[in-house]
Design a protein around this ligand. Structure first.
Ligand code: ZN
Ligand code: ZN
Length: 305
């Protein structure tokens, strides 16, 4: 293996991938009375390293392919996932139903990477929910349900290590992703706030290099504030006379450029989440598929956070 696993304790190691390389993610290996892997989307090198291990349990943070790539290669292991993501982990058809093709009048499955990757869906075995304790012998971890990115997105608290594994609350410089029909912006904001309030001593995310031990709250706050920056830009666009979702999409508020065609659809779903949130906040109203600011709501008098 090119980069060795990073030991976090006698039983817990971090297997890292280069930052933000699709379809891989950081994984945590716990070798205790039972052997557990949090997510399986390791690179080939780490996969060879793991082949010699007897993995009893795979805990999946959420149903996205870049977290479950090798689920099928550990047939002896049971797979556990949050109940809200359980249906979407096991089948391509149910997975595709989350994309939201019907909202945009386009078959979004044509852009799916799962087919090109030769990814094989495998049904999970067990569910977990917020507060579930996973006891592996000497290591106990607690499930943190952190919805928003997906409905069943989970992180984990390792109380003995002061560690939170926050999964796709990933501190990506680009900001949070909520670009399909299964995402929920309000939940995502609440989930980031929850991690901030836990005041972890150590943070590991699925895609940033880690472990992170300094400025954790400030870095999470900066990541969260990207939601509010985007929302202010949405208000600005409405103020400047952009009234349909597609008109706002073409302002490139989130993606500065659409490098791949599906990015325009990601942008649409994220903008839609902001508009729905602004309706909920009483700042915007809908007239069919056009959206307007209420009188008196101006880019200069917003206090969104
Ligand atoms: Zn994800
Ligand atoms: Zn991810």
């Amino acid at each position: 293996m090119k980069s060795e696993p990073k030991k976090l304790s006698r039983h817990v190691s971090l297997l890292e991938v280069p930052e933000y390389t699709f379809p891989y993610c950081n994984t945590i290996l716990i070798e205790d009375d039972a052997c557990c892997l949090i997510d399986t989307a390791v690179t080939d090198d780490a996969f060879q390293y793991l082949r010699g291990k007897h993995i009893d349990l795979i805990v999946s943070t959420h149903y996205h392919v870049d977290h479950n790539l090798h689920n099928n290669h550990f047939p002896q292991a049971k797979i556990m996932v949050h109940e809200a993501d359980f249906p979407y982990l096991g089948s391509r058809e149910r997975f595709i139903s989350t994309l939201g093709s019907q909202y945009v009048g386009e078959d979004l499955s044509r852009y799916l990477k799962v087919d090109q990757l030769g990814y094989e869906f495998r049904e999970p075995d067990e569910t977990m929910s917020d507060g579930t304790i996973i006891d592996l012998g000497h290591t106990r971890l607690e499930v943190l349900h952190l919805p928003g990115h997906t409905a069943g997105h989970c992180g984990f608290l390792f109380p003995d290590l002061g560690l939170v594994f926050s999964s796709d609350i990933d501190l990506d410089r680009f900001g949070p992703w909520y670009g399909n029909a299964a995402c929920n912006l309000n939940d995502f904001i609440d989930s980031v706030d929850r991690v901030i309030n836990l005041k972890p001593e150590m943070l590991i995310t699925s895609h940033a290099s880690g472990p992170i031990t300094s400025n954790i709250q400030a870095r999470l706050a900066r990541y969260r504030d990207e939601f509010y920056r985007r929302e202010k830009e949405v208000i600005n666009a409405l103020y400047r006379g952009k009234h349909t979702l597609w008109e706002i999409v073409d302002e490139n508020i989130i993606y500065r450029k659409f490098h791949e065609p599906q990015m325009r659809y990601f942008e649409w779903f994220m903008i839609r989440q902001h508009v729905l949130r602004l309706i909920g906040l009483g700042k915007v109203f809908a007239d069919n598929d056009r959206y307007y600011l209420y009188d008196g709501v101006r880019p200069s008098n917003l206090n969104l956070a």
